[in-house]
Design a protein around this ligand. Structure first.
Ligand code: B16
Ligand code: MG
Length: 217
């Protein structure tokens, strides 16, 4: 089936906000009396705010009330917003602008598929608010990755079938979401980590639209 749409994750694909999520979560863990490593952080990528907090608290051996958890999640988000509010178009990852111009020339549709509730703010900060035909973010979904909802909703909004879509993801949970949604998935990162992806490259800077279409259709 011909490919008609490309669906992009935000954190780690368009911009490197993963580092800011990590810094804010690490600060929270430290205040709670333990630490999280970069290796542990891998499993938080693409996972919703509350699910991430649950994983972190379990890692630190803590059980807290829902009220306390809401307070901690709000604190982490405040620290995260302080970090991302300084972002500009300089934070767009290498190769994204060139790749997007190839996408447009190829006549493909685009959607953002991010579980982040802060996605619209980040797109605004980096000057990409108008770069997508559809935007699905954390406010529009009920289930985070690895559930496929964020991508199947993107396909539905673009009025294309899952088999006509390619997903671009940097996270294990996001690659799984794309595969469960019935889509061709390009993993951006290491093939040793993104084992479920159909094609893996270090970043969008290492791919052309033609290369992806040749593999996907
Ligand atoms: P927020 P993505 C995800 O975004 C991040 O990878 C993940 O680390 C974060 O916890 C999640 O968004 C929720 O973000 O707290 O801003 O709502 O990778 O799906 O673009
Ligand atoms: Mg990501």
């Amino acid at each position: 089936m011909p490919i008609r749409a490309f669906l992009f994750d935000l954190d780690g694909v368009i911009v490197d906000t993963a580092i800011y999520h990590y810094q804010a979560w690490k600060r929270l863990a430290n205040e709670l009396g333990f630490d999280i490593s970069e290796e542990f952080n891998e499993q938080l990528k693409g996972v919703s705010r509350m699910d991430s907090l649950d994983l972190i608290l379990a890692h630190g051996g803590l059980t807290l009330s829902d009220e306390k958890k809401n307070e901690l999640a709000a604190q982490k988000n405040q620290w995260y917003l302080e970090l991302v509010s300084r972002m500009t178009s300089d934070d767009i990852l290498p190769g994204v602008a060139t790749f997007f111009s190839q996408v447009r020339k190829a006549g493909l549709q685009t959607a953002l598929g991010s579980v982040s509730k802060n996605a619209p703010l980040i797109l605004e900060r980096i000057g990409m608010a108008d770069a997508f035909d559809a935007i699905i973010d954390g406010t529009k979904i009920t289930k985070g990755k690895p559930d496929p909802e964020v991508f199947t909703k993107g396909a539905a909004e673009l009025e294309v079938s899952p088999a006509e879509c390619v997903v671009f993801e940097d996270a294990v949970a996001g690659v799984e979401a794309g595969k469960r949604g019935g889509m061709f998935v390009v993993g951006l990162g290491s093939p040793d980590v993104l084992t479920q992806a159909d094609l893996v490259a270090p970043s969008l800077n290492d791919l052309t639209v033609d290369q992806v279409l040749t593999k996907a259709q």
